[in-house]
Design a protein. Structure first.
Length: 411
């Protein structure tokens, strides 16, 4: 929840920047800027109200936004605060005169609502993480004009939950592709047998929003600590928090793993966006509760095990069952599953499950960086001589050129 004092602290009175592309939300904006938007005229909308534009042009655009969906109707549906925020966000889009609105937070409700009611811009959402059944129950329908998703698995999953997505483009993970290319260049050597991906986030570990998830995360670590102690494997944990996140009367991530493993594992601190990916790259097997990193690593060809020890089917992840997924079980079943993965030949594993890897993570077969596919769709919109139908499917590859006409009379 954003406090009023925070909003006033971020007030700006300069005119909103007009641009071709408006990035919705600063989260992930740097990835979009570096991989997709280079050379384009763009601006960032601070969707979490870190900055609030109070220029008169925004006030006028706010008034104009009321014609798209009356504030009284929205107030009944969303509540007063959310309805006003939606119209402020829409006013920011109108004032920017952007032809394309793009976000890396594809599950943001306001973006989805704007995508539905405002047809004078093309709205593109780039998937930033794998989605599970637990999340689908917490949100309103995701109306998306253009969804650049990870793979066919996401399309099937969204359709099974009746999500109103107009156009799907299966391109793989933008962040995962960037990490894979960077790591291929440096090629860190294989060092660990198993990497546990920590999911020590506030949403899971603080408060009462998802208590079963918190219990599942703690239990998988108990099993993992016992497995490491018994087998003596070389293991690491890719930490989630950047530093020591201990709070009064609340054990932090670093303290918990140091206490439970007693120096038997390497704790890989999160120094940069590449830290967790590097830990996975250097490991033979990735172990996780329901982390997107597990799906991304599986798309690379890694042996992966997602373990749901909560007993709650909402956390069965990913949604398609296979040897990459283990449900609620005792320690011996967990141990045997990990040993089987460790003993599996890497080449045979990749060959056997290649179709499943492509199902979850559909990277371009020709090796083209997937960011260029999104950029091509944006360029198509910006170069159009007249406004295009925002719901029409966009080309993500160069269109075939018309054959050259040869004059028969030419000498």
């Amino acid at each position: 929840m954003v406090r009023i004092s925070q909003i006033f602290a971020g007030l700006e009175f300069t005119a909103p920047k007009q641009c071709d592309v408006l990035i919705f939300d600063v989260a992930g904006a740097s990835i979009l800027e570096n991989l997709i938007l280079d050379g384009l005229k763009y601006d960032v909308f601070y969707a979490r109200l870190e900055r609030v534009c109070a220029h008169y042009k925004i006030i006028w655009a706010f008034i104009l936004s009321l014609r798209y969906l009356k504030l009284t109707k929205l107030t009944t549906f969303l509540g007063v605060k959310q309805a006003r925020y939606l119209h402020y966000a829409l006013a920011r889009v109108i004032a920017s005169k952007a032809k394309v609105v793009i976000t890396f937070t594809d599950n943001e409700p306001t973006f989805c609502l704007m995508s539905r009611i405002y047809k004078r811009a093309v709205f593109m959402a780039v998937q930033n993480g794998a989605r599970g059944s637990n999340e689908m129950g917490l949100i309103r329908p995701r109306y998306l004009q253009h969804f650049f998703c990870w793979g066919q698995g996401d399309k099937d999953f969204y359709e099974s939950h009746a999500q109103p997505v107009q156009n799907y483009y299966r391109i793989g993970s933008l962040r995962g592709d960037q990490a894979r290319r960077a790591l291929r260049r440096t090629n860190p050597e294989l060092e660990f047998d198993v990497c546990l991906v920590s999911q020590w986030t506030d949403s899971f570990m603080i408060g009462d929003l998802e208590p079963s998830a918190r219990a599942g995360i703690l239990r998988i670590n108990e099993y993992f600590a016992r497995f490491v102690a018994e087998t003596g494997i070389k293991a690491c944990i890719a930490l989630c928090q950047e530093g020591d996140d201990s709070r009064p009367n609340q054990e932090g991530e670093l303290a918990h793993y140091e206490k439970s493993h007693q120096g038997r594992v390497t704790l890989c601190r999160r120094i940069s966006e590449l830290s967790s990916y590097t830990a996975l790259w250097r490991s033979r097997v990735a172990l996780t509760f329901c982390s997107s990193l597990g799906v991304e690593a599986f798309g690379w060809g890694k042996k992966v095990l997602h373990v749901n020890l909560t007993g709650d089917p909402l956390y069965d992840f990913p949604h398609r069952p296979g040897p990459w997924r283990l449900g609620n079980c005792d320690y011996e079943t967990f141990k045997n599953a990990l040993i089987e993965l460790l003993n599996a030949d890497q080449a045979s594993y990749e060959q056997t499950y290649a179709p499943d890897m492509a199902y979850f993570m559909t990277y371009p077969k020709d090796g083209v960086p997937n960011g260029t596919l999104v950029r091509h769709a944006i360029d198509y919109v910006l170069r159009a001589e007249r406004p295009i139908n925002c719901l029409k499917r966009l080309p993500i590859r160069p269109l075939p050129k018309a054959p050259t006409q040869i004059n028969a009379d030419a000498s």
